[in-house]
Design a protein around this ligand. Structure first.
Ligand code: NAP
Length: 322
């Protein structure tokens, strides 16, 4: 048998289970009958209905502090790596997120080598290498390079903004369009982007486990439309039955100024907004479509993805899977 093939007796490790994507991937894996261990920094954040499931093991650890990794990876077939340390509130305290993410990925690879892990599945970001690439997108690519250097076969899925309640980029889009009928934006409003619904991301992430042919590959994933940021904001407004927004370009608006402005008019702190805004200058569009060969799905249109994000929401903006 192909050692990369996942059987019902095998177990996955999910790192990042308390995050926006990981918090939704966990129930999806359980629904598919996948035995799962989660590595979390704070087990108290795991609801009892999850920790008491016979399908779930909770392991305490920290990838940055290099704590509990070997124990968490012991006996694991495939590890999902959905870690991101960008969540700092202050802009200046958050500048080190890229170094933290690199260090965490290196710790993870070392532990994976120790236990002989077979597969890693990582969700990174679209955006092409070059000196123009933003620090945030560069950092996501650097993590991909570290993970693919492991002896384990690493699948890298690359995505642009994910449409779903609680995602940092989606929340920024939501607050800006909902709160501002008239908006002054920097040049990036004409940059092209290929947003993707969280449901489609989950289908691809869980599908990779079922398809060992995806092991060792870098695959771009995106929704059915390529839009400019301007078009995306107008489509968001249409999906929410809001009047079309008046959007005009302000040439002197820098990412730093924009981040403070977003901090002022939305609940997104400048420390999170700045790396995201800096990345808006980079086109984030799928360059390869190989994923469709392995995991053919009906892609969710952008407007439907926005409507689903709202219909799913029970407790207001910013609620993640946990
Ligand atoms: N959101 C999007 O629109 C989007 C788009 C494209 C790609 N992606 C990619 O998807 C992946 C997941 O993103 P996300 O939006 O779900 O991020 P997120 O909501 O910020 O979640 C990050 C997760 O990482 C965990 N984590 C951070 N530092 C850790 C550490 N030292 N040890 C253990 N766990 C740690 C967090 O745990 P705590 O709860 O303990 O903080 C949390 O569970 C990232 O690689 C991101 O680049 C996201």
């Amino acid at each position: 048998m192909n050692p990369l093939e996942f059987t019902p007796e095998d177990r996955v490790l999910l790192v990042g289970a308390t995050g926006f994507v990981g918090g939704r991937l966990l129930p999806e894996l359980l629904r598919k009958g996948v035995r799962t261990r989660i590595l979390v920094r704070n087990p108290d954040r795991v609801p009892t209905e999850i920790s008491s499931s016979p399908m779930v093991e909770v392991s305490e650890g920290d990838v940055l502090e290099n704590r509990g990794l070997t124990e968490a990876l012991e006996g694991i077939h495939t590890a999902y790596y959905l870690v991101h340390s960008m969540g700092g509130k202050s802009l200046f305290r958050n500048l080190e997120y890229a170094n933290r993410d690199v260090k965490a990925a290196r710790n993870f690879v070392k532990a994976a080598e120790r236990v002989g892990l077979r597969r890693i599945i990582y969700l990174g970001a679209l955006g092409e290498a070059g000196k123009e690439l933003s620090e945030h997108l560069k950092s996501r690519a650097e993590v991909a390079t570290i993970l693919t250097s492991a002896s384990a076969k690493t699948t890298v899925l690359r995505a642009a903004i994910i449409i779903g309640a609680g995602g940092a980029s989606f929340e920024m889009l939501r607050y800006l369009v909902e709160r501002l009928p008239i908006m002054g934006c920097p040049r990036w409003i004409e940059t092209r982007i290929q947003p993707i619904a969280i449901q489609d991301v989950l289908a691809y992430l869980s599908g990779c486990l079922e398809h060992p042919e995806t092991a060792g590959k870098t695959l771009d994933i995106g929704g059915p439309e390529i839009l400019t940021y301007r078009e995306m904001m107008q489509q968001y407004a249409a999906a929410r039955n809001l009047a079309p927004r008046i959007i005009f370009r302000v040439p002197f608006l820098t990412p730093l100024l924009s981040a403070y402005w977003v901090d002022l008019v939305t609940p997104i702190p400048s420390g999170v907004a700045h790396p995201l805004i800096e990345g808006l200058k980079n086109e984030v569009v799928c360059r390869n479509h190989e994923i469709e060969v392995y995991i053919p799905i009906t892609k969710t249109p952008f407007r439907d993805a926005v409507r689903i994000a709202f219909s799913e929401e029970k407790e207001g903006p910013g609620v993640t899977g946990f």
